[in-house]
Design a protein around this ligand. Structure first.
Ligand code: SF4
Ligand code: MG
Length: 316
């Protein structure tokens, strides 16, 4: 499959008071292939949400390039930009904060149709009913307000809103983190069903590797604004190369107790360093069980260690 999204050395830095610079996203290189789910994982503060928002053009990149459908998004003409905003939509983490409490569900979902001139009047009502049905709600829900729904139902409304203008690509920023564990799997299954039915490509952002490993075709692991590893989901789970990925995986319980016994939990020393003052060389070196002299001096390059499996670590 051809890439739908190509990031080259993407950076997003924020200038803070006192001349400090927060390098939230600091040199991302990865592609998302048409029709796949690319999981982007990392602890909070690693820059994954900033990456998602920069890709969505909610932030202007500090440097680097974003290509969508083969076009550099910084060089779009006005009409291409309108088309672009129709093709890429976002689902947010907090289904309570992201829906306007004063608008009916029908208005929330149908707003994009109106803005883009795709449907109005009765056609819009029909389209909203179809979208509610697609996300497991029903047309009577259109006249109600967000507060009348549970967290899981609200996230379904957020998904219906994102789908209304038939995007090709959805950035889902921790879309199930705020939900009860009992409804998380239902919402994940909904994402999968919609992907099959509508040829969608997802960038699925999460802090929990256990959560993305089931939904993702490929996974990228971020640490302090940088990607440390990218591989197909199965490959990453079976042969993690980066010591950080190895520690994240070691924390996920295995279903087989025999396997669990033979696996050692890798506990990292220390805390994540402040992204305002990252370590020299490899950003992970202050917590890495395998750190060597070279790790303090030189930043490891992000390179292909095996076909399709990329890692930034001096061990490889
Ligand atoms: Fe650890 Fe060095 Fe590899 Fe960084 S480059 S992950 S410090 S071994
Ligand atoms: Mg976040």
């Amino acid at each position: 499959n051809a890439p739908i999204l190509e990031l080259t050395d993407l950076r997003k830095h924020f200038n803070l008071s006192g001349g400090r610079v927060l390098k939230a996203v600091d040199g991302l290189n990865f592609n998302v292939l048409r029709g796949e789910t690319f999981g982007l994982v990392g602890e909070s503060g690693c820059g994954k949400s900033t990456a998602g928002r920069t890709i969505m053009q909610l932030y202007e990149p500090t440097s680097g390039s974003i290509k969508f459908d083969g076009r550099d998004v910084s060089k779009l003409t006005k009409s291409e930009r309108i088309k672009f905003t129709k093709e890429m939509q976002m689902v947010f983490q907090d289904p309570y904060a992201s829906l306007n409490p004063r608008m009916t569900v029908g208005k929330i979902i149908g707003e994009g149709l109106e803005i883009h001139g795709l449907a109005s009047g009765r056609k819009r009502t029909e389209r909203v009913a179809e979208l509610l049905d697609a996300v497991g709600l029903n047309e009577e829900h259109a006249n109600r307000f967000p507060h009348e729904f549970s967290g899981g139902q609200r996230q379904r409304i957020g998904i219906a809103r994102a789908l209304a203008i038939e995007p090709k690509f959805i950035v889902a920023d921790e879309p199930i983190s705020a939900l009860d564990v009992s409804v998380q799997a239902q919402v994940v299954n909904l994402f999968k069903k919609l992907q099959r039915e509508r040829d969608l490509t997802y960038l699925f952002i999460a802090h929990d590797l256990a959560m993305v490993k089931h939904i993702s075709d490929r996974i990228g692991v971020m640490y302090l604004g940088k990607l440390v590893e990218v591989a197909e989901s199965d490959e990453l789970n079976e042969n993690p190369l980066h010591p950080y990925t190895q520690s994240l995986l070691s924390a996920i319980p295995l279903p087989d107790p025999e396997q669990q016994k033979s696996r050692e939990r890798i506990i990292l020393k220390g805390e994540i360093p402040s992204p305002l003052n990252p370590p020299s060389g490899c950003p992970f070196r202050t917590r890495c069980p395998h750190a060597m002299d070279v790790c303090a001096k030189t930043m490891p390059e992000f390179k292909e260690a095996k076909p399709g499996h990329y890692v930034a670590c001096h061990l490889y």
